[in-house]
Design a protein around this ligand. Structure first.
Ligand code: COA
Length: 260
């Protein structure tokens, strides 16, 4: 029985030619950055140079966060059982969910709700953030993309917002995120916009499709997970008891990119 033809609009493959969203891959190579090609494959068009730089910054921001995140714990634990690189990295990726790395999409949805409320009620973003947070509190819900176990001021957020502003991509969702941070402050909670929240706000302002948003964190964190699995497999004994809080760092001391 002949198979039913179906369609894809992502990549055309012909003998001796690969074209991603219409662009010859050999032409893209060496000419566009990884951030730009991630934007291209997810959205179908190449971004402006400024938005491409912002995409690169998003991917750089989440490449790793040391040994304490759940995804690294999961990947190292699975690696310690003798699993392969792919199995161990997959375990790490499987731990990227609503509360870790996967808060991007939920945060974008919640920020858009605040923006909608502001437009509907005609008040300020601060009023809308107060009202939304109060309602969430009565429902026992958390505001995704806010709070952090380690940081009281996430160092990645300010830089990302700075680059978003330079790219002209800062819009109402970034403004709503800052309003939420102020609203938490007014009720005595110092909950910083974390990297997920910052990425969620920026991607929402860029008009990204919701369903792809958490994927940006997965794409960004994969190199970090590979590094942790390889280090676990080469530096540690199998099946060790892993206590993330008991680690010490013995890598290079602090250094500047400008010194490379
Ligand atoms: C990241 C996170 C798990 C860190 O939590 P934590 O520092 O261990 O804080 P706790 O869970 O102990 O919460 C401390 C207080 O802050 C509140 N809180 C923490 N994060 C909150 C949030 N995002 N929204 C509303 N309240 C929050 C808790 O309700 C708690 O309040 P209480 O003392 O009145 O009970 C938490 O902030 C969170 O769930 N954030 C949302 C998910 C998210 O953004 N994940 C990505 C992290 S990079």
């Amino acid at each position: 029985m002949p198979s039913v033809p179906w369609k894809t609009a992502i990549t055309r493959i012909e003998p001796n030619r690969v074209a991603v969203r219409g662009y010859d891959i050999a032409d893209l190579m060496g000419r566009v950055s990884f951030g730009e090609v991630v934007y291209l494959i997810l959205r179908g068009e190449l971004p402006s140079a400024e938005v491409g730089r912002l995409m690169d910054a998003i991917l750089v921001s989440s490449v790793d966060h040391g040994v304490t995140p759940p995804s690294v714990n999961a990947a190292r634990t699975v690696a310690g059982t003798g699993a392969s690189l792919s199995q161990s990295v997959a375990a790490g990726i499987s731990s990227i969910n609503r509360w870790h790395g996967g808060a991007i999409e939920d945060c974008a949805i919640q920020l858009r709700r605040i923006v909608d409320r502001c437009e509907r009620d005609g008040g300020s973003l601060d009023d809308a953030a107060d009202a939304e947070l109060a309602q969430m509190k009565t429902r026992g819900e958390r505001m995704s993309g806010f709070g952090h176990r380690v940081h009281t001021k996430d160092p990645r957020t300010a830089r990302l917002f700075e680059l978003a502003s330079q790219s002209g991509a800062t819009g109402t969702c970034v403004a709503a995120a800052l309003a939420v941070e102020r609203a938490f402050g007014r009720v005595g909670k110092s909950l910083p916009i974390n990297v997920d929240g910052a990425i969620g706000a920026v991607l929402a302002d860029l008009g990204f499709e919701q369903g792809a948003m958490n994927g940006l964190f997965m794409i960004a964190r994969t190199p970090g997970l590979v590094a942790h699995v390889v280090e676990e497999q080469t530096r540690q004994k199998p099946m060790r008891h892993i206590d993330p809080s008991a680690h010490t760092y013995d890598g290079p001391p602090s250094r500047e990119v400008s010194q490379r």
